[in-house]
Design a protein around this ligand. Structure first.
Ligand code: FES
Length: 193
């Protein structure tokens, strides 16, 4: 059901909202920002961290709490690449396609990942192990081409190193994968337009 239809049919999940502790995390952020409408992105961040993705019921809940139109919340959630409206795989790979990364063969990295795992950007493997996404600029242009695996920023990648690192991460249990990436670097300031 689309969010437009749900505007007429509120979610029948009141009990779930009362008992699901993840909603308490969202409530805490709402309170911290005094339910101000300009805290929407912060609240969506918390919601995505708590739930893994933003489903319709969650966006409706946030819209009501902030007294914003549901279409506005949905528009913001779909505008920014770092919000996901679908369940993500156990591991995520985001390849930057900003200008600096693009000229340094980022498209070849994506094509190689696509061939290796059989998924296009925006898709998750059938076994739920890996989700692939793209971004415009991850703010580390000096390290181009850049990719992010499970929140670890990796710079100066090649198609071969990307595949090697992804295979390694996928073979590692999720809890320890975040510490296994070999060439982790800190993101730099100053995203390239
Ligand atoms: S263009 Fe890729 S990090 Fe800026």
């Amino acid at each position: 059901m689309s969010i437009a239809n749900k505007q007429k049919n509120p979610p029948a999940k009141v009990e779930e909202v009362r008992t699901d502790p993840r909603y308490k995390l969202v409530d805490r952020t709402l309170k911290r920002f005094h339910y101000q409408q300009d805290a929407l992105i912060e609240v969506l961040h918390t919601a995505q961290e708590a739930f893994g993705f933003l489903d319709d019921d969650l966006m409706i809940y946030i819209a009501r709490a902030l007294k914003l139109p549901q279409s506005w919340v949905y528009g913001v959630a779909t505008f920014y690449h770092f919000f996901s409206l679908e369940p993500q795989g156990e591991h995520t790979c985001v390849v930057c396609m900003g200008t600096a990364c693009y000229v340094k063969r980022a498209a070849e990295i994506i094509a190689t990942v696509q061939d290796e795992f059989g998924i296009a950007p925006g898709e998750t493997t059938a076994d739920g192990k890996l989700s692939l996404a793209t971004a415009r600029c991850l703010g580390s242009c000096g390290l181009a081409p850049v990719m992010v695996i499970d929140n670890q920023v990796l710079g100066k990648e090649t198609p071969d190193t990307a595949i090697t690192q992804l295979r390694e991460v996928i073979a590692t249990p999720a809890a320890t994968a975040a510490t296994s990436a070999a060439t982790t670097v800190e993101p730099q300031e100053g995203p390239q337009p």
